[in-house]
Design a protein. Structure first.
Length: 291
């Protein structure tokens, strides 16, 4: 998929920035937060992440208290009414990768308000992400893929800001490789993507692909702007994307393809009245044209 040039990206963002004039995303949150230091190792490569690779963040186990209780969310039922009872205060410096080898990272994230890096969760047997409910900001990308037992992502509903890493933290020229991608890929048990309900902007792209279980996207209800691309593809059972109904502007491509149960009329209902874009066109091949 073609990426916007520096000039066209800036122009698209300026053209649609006024849509959020009534909402202020807030500051970076780094003023009063305490820093949490962890060890790092090299990550394995993942599936269709759409994001650049980097160092894996895993906890050494020395900084977290062994409090017992719900320390193994993979073995518990999701809380249908999960909320953040006590606002988090800490800032985690560096990328966070949650994998079968780094599950101990879960314990140290309970009081994390901001991650100054990426968040990737993959190849786990987690059933929910409730342990992230007090997380509000992620400076780079968020990727979820190949979590076969995942049943709920409501734990992501506290996130209000992603992709605000300054240029000094970029792996490359910020104009060519900006942060702010969301990837949701390869989930078989998850039937409703019900997360990110308080996120208003996606600075780069949103990818929802190859999720055999997802029949509905009820999350993203606060989303207004996607500054580059939205791609929804190869989701066999997906039939309802009502959660995306609030999107008003897309600065790049709208690509919704190969979702055999997703009606073209429903896609038109959701994206047919955008106030801006898609600036680089749209494609809706391989969906259900009979409804």
């Amino acid at each position: 998929m073609k990426s916007l040039s520096n000039t066209s990206r800036a122009g698209a963002k300026l053209a649609i920035l006024g849509l959020l004039s009534a909402a202020c995303p807030g500051d970076s949150g780094s003023d009063d937060a305490t820093s949490m230091t962890v060890s790092t190792t090299t990550p394995t490569t993942g599936a269709d992440t759409g994001a650049s690779d980097g160092g894996m963040t895993s906890t050494s186990g020395a900084s977290g208290d062994d409090t017992g209780g719900d320390t193994m969310p993979a073995t518990t039922e999701p809380d249908p009414d999960v909320v953040c009872d006590t606002p988090a205060t800490e800032t985690h410096e560096g990328d966070v990768y949650i994998t079968p080898e780094t599950m101990d990272a879960i314990d140290t994230l309970a009081n994390v308000r901001r991650i100054n890096g990426k968040l990737e969760i993959y190849d786990t047997n987690l059933t929910h992400l409730d342990f992230l409910i007090c997380l509000e900001e992620v400076a780079k990308d968020i990727s979820l893929y190949n979590n076969d037992q995942l049943l709920s992502v409501k734990g992501l509903n506290g996130i209000t800001l992603i992709g605000d890493a300054p240029p000094s933290q970029q792996d490359a020229d910020p104009a060519l490789d900006p942060w702010g991608n969301i990837v949701i890929s390869d989930h078989d048990a998850l039937t409703d993507f019900d997360g990110f309900k308080n996120l208003e902007e996606v600075p780069v792209s949103l990818l929802i692909s190859r999720n055999e279980g997802i029949a509905e996207v009820s999350g993203f209800t606060g989303l207004v702007v996607i500054y580059e691309a939205i791609t929804i593809r190869d989701n066999t059972n997906l039939a309802d994307i009502t959660g995306l109904d609030g999107v008003q502007a897309i600065g790049g491509v709208l690509s919704i393809t190969a979702n055999p149960n997703l009606c073209l009329s429903h896609i038109n209902d959701i994206f047919g009245d955008l106030q801006q874009g898609p600036a680089e066109g749209s494609t809706t091949m391989g969906n259900n044209s009979g409804c």
